[in-house]
Every structure is written in structure tokens, then in C-alpha cells.
Ligand binder design. Structure first.
Ligand code: ADP
Ligand code: TRP
Length: 320
């Protein structure tokens, strides 16, 4: 099965990204043909400062490779390396009613938040449809916020196919209910836009400081603590198996330990979990040419599929 996923290079990756998206991609690449790309064209649609876009794109590539995206199994590239996607975006625009785009929650939410309502922001779902249809992806793992974009992709593909025959695979969203919503240090959903993240690759001291900032209640030292209502516990269990979870919960309830102790334990869990990835990451950062070579090779494979598909699409619509 062909599975495709894109991630925007909009800043440093955090633990929410890891457990919500990356871990799932690592599992999928073992069983399916995974297409994974860094959606840098999409990054032009928001209000983000573009000064850091190039560097962020490179760093997200490094982080994905360090965390285990395996270029011998997965086709991994940067969106802008395969220009065919922009051609398809324009052609698909013909099959996209304005009313469909006007109903997009994500557009309305972003405008309500104060992001300038540019054409890029408005037509973003068409570019996402092009990403998916260009490679005939069958399944697209996404978070709940992206389900509507997948519906739009399906509508566009069906409209195109109705007019020109079965040219595009109509994709399905892969929404894993079991994937946790990871809380941030304030207990709300961890997100860059809330400033409540714990980054995957922080320096050790900064990581401990960040863990110390996790909001907890004011139970005095020496009293039993409730694991179920504790943000530190909610984060720690992401790294633990069932026995370890039970052990941690028991120690919470024993009254022998305070929150400071558990924050140190959490920092250790994070630090250890990403130890190997941290080493690999440093290695890639020291050898950027290797990273660019991997991306070029991924782009070459992606482009070969994309250019074949585009020829079929051009023929269908009569583009010389
Ligand atoms: P952010 O909210 O920090 O801007 P993105 O929207 O760029 O993160 O998310 C990239 C991917 O990571 C998406 O697939 C999203 O579902 C996942 N993700 C982000 N934050 C979390 C979280 N707190 N819990 C689970 N998954 C998350
Ligand atoms: N819109 C997605 C996001 O913000 C990123 C993305 C772009 C994507 N193109 C895609 C995801 C294609 C899946 C498939 O998270």
C-alpha cells in the first residue's frame, strides 16, 4: 500500500510531533511504501517569518533522518524539489469550486487568529490535494485537524475522474484513534503556537529547566500524589511500558516523592529515549552534504513517479 505524509517545516520538532506523527511514520515505513516529504511550499501560506525557512527545512530533514526515517525504505524529499506538484496544483484548481474552499475550517480558524487571508492560505487545500494525488497515495496519516483537507482532496479527485476517467487514486485518511494527544507543559495540547512545547533535541540543562516548568498542583511534600491528574505523569507514560507505568503510579501514591523528583525522572526518560537519535543528528549536522544527497535521491525517485503521472494528466486535460 502507498502511504504518504507531509510535515511543515515550521520550527523545532517537539514531543507532541513525535508521538502524534513521527512514531506512526516509523511504524508505517516498516510495512508499507511510505512517501514522506517536508512541505516547504505550504509554509508560504501562513503568517510565519520566512527568514528561517531554509534552515528549518534542513533541520527538519536532519531530525527525521536522526529519528529513524530510513531512506532505503522510504521515499523522503523536500516538496519544492519536485516542481510537478505546482503544475498539478494549477490544473486541480479548475476542479475546485470556490465554495469548497470557503468551507475550510482551517482557513477560517487561521484568519480568525489574525493570519492575513492571502490566496495561498485560501488555496492551500488544493496544493495538499496535488501532493497526494500526484503520487496516487492510498492512505494519508493525518491528525484530526487535517481530515477535512482529505475530504476536499477526495472531492477534487472524484470530480476530475468523473470528467476524464479513473486517473487519480481516491485517497483515504488514516486517523489513528490510539495516537495520544500529548499535553504541553501547561496541560493544554502541546503546540508551537501555544509556546508550551518540550523540544525533542534540547540541551540537557534546558530540558531539565523545561520539565521543571510543567504545571502541577500544590500538594505538599510527603502527601500522596494523584498520577491521573498530573501533567508530568501524562508525559512520562509515553515512554513507559505497562509495568513501568504501574510502578510509577504506585510511587506517586506512596507519598514518598514530590513533583520535583518526578520532573527529574521525566527529563531522564526523554534524554535517554532520544540518546541514539541525538548522536545521529549531530552526525548529520556535521555532514550536511550527506543530508542533501539523501534528499536529492528521494526527490529523484519522487520526480520519476510525478513526471509520469503529469504526462497522463496533461494528456487528459489537453495541455500540450
Ligand atoms: P504544532 O501544533 O506544534 O504547530 P503541527 O501542526 O505542525 O504542530 O503538527 C505536525 C504533526 O504533529 C501533525 O501530524 C499533528 O497531528 C502532530 N501533533 C502536533 N502536536 C501534537 C500533540 N500535542 N499531540 C499529538 N500530535 C501532535
Ligand atoms: N497540511 C499538513 C499539515 O499542516 C501538511 C501537509 C501538506 C500534508 N501536504 C500534505 C499532510 C499531504 C499529508 C499529505 O500538517
Amino acid at each position: 500500500m502507498r502511504v504518504l505524509s507531509g510535515i511543515q517545516p515550521s520550527g523545532k520538532l517537539h514531543i507532541g510531533n513525535y508521538f502524534g506523527a513521527i512514531a506512526q511514520m516509523l511504524r508505517l515505513q516498516e510495512e508499507h511504501q511510505l512517501f514522506a516529504f517536508i512541505a516547504n511550499y505550504h509554509a508560504l501560506s501562513g503568517g510565519a517569518d520566512l527568514k528561517e525557512l531554509k534552515q528549518n527545512t534542513f533541520e527538519v530533514a536532519v531530525d527525521f533522518l536522526a529519528l529513524g526515517i530510513d531512506p532505503s525504505k522510504t521515499i523522503f524529499w523536500v516538496q519544492s524539489q519536485v516542481k510537478e506538484v505546482l503544475e498539478l496544483y494549477w490544473i486541480l484548481s479548475r476542479y475546485t469550486p470556490v465554495g469548497l474552499l470557503e468551507r475550510a475550517h482551517s482557513y477560517k480558524d487561521k484568519v480568525a487568529k489574525g493570519i492575513a487571508p492571502s490566496h495561498a492560505l485560501f488555496s492551500y487545500p488544493v496544493l495538499m490535494a496535488a501532493d497526494i494525488l500526484l503520487y496516487d497515495a492510498q492512505k494519508v496519516p493525518v491528525g484530526k485537524d487535517q481530515i477535512q483537507h482529505l475530504e476536499m482532496t477526495r472531492d477534487i479527485a472524484i470530480k476530475f475522474n468523473n470528467e476524464h476517467g479513473e486517473i487519480f487514486t481516491v485517497p483515504e485518511a488514516l486517523v489513528e484513534e490510539s495516537v495520544a494527544t500529548v499535553p504541553g507543559i501547561d496541560g493544554a495540547k502541546m503546540s508551537k503556537s501555544y509556546g508550551n512545547t518540550i523540544e525533542i533535541f534540547m540541551e540537557e540543562k534546558a530540558l531539565q529547566k523545561r520539565c521543571n516548568k510543567i504545571v502541577t498542583d500544590s500538594t505538599p511534600l510527603g502527601e500522596p500524589l494523584d498520577p491521573e491528574s498530573c501533567n508530568v505523569y501524562a508525559l512520562a507514560v509515553l515512554f513507559l511500558d505497562e509495568d513501568q507505568k504501574a510502578d510509577l503510579a504506585e510511587r506517586y501514591r506512596s507519598g514518598d516523592f514530590g513533583y520535583g523528583h518526578f520532573k527529574k525522572e521525566l527529563k531522564e526518560l526523554i534524554w535517554e529515549h532520544f540518546a541514539e537519535a541525538r548522536e545521529k543528528r549531530q552526525d548529520y549536522l556535521d555532514h550536511p552534504d550527506e543530508v542533501y544527497a539523501i534528499l536529492d535521491e528521494g526527490a529523484r525517485k519522487a520526480r520519476s513517479i510525478a513526471s509520469e503521472k503529469m504526462q497522463i494528466v496533461r494528456d487528459a486535460v489537453g495541455i500540450l
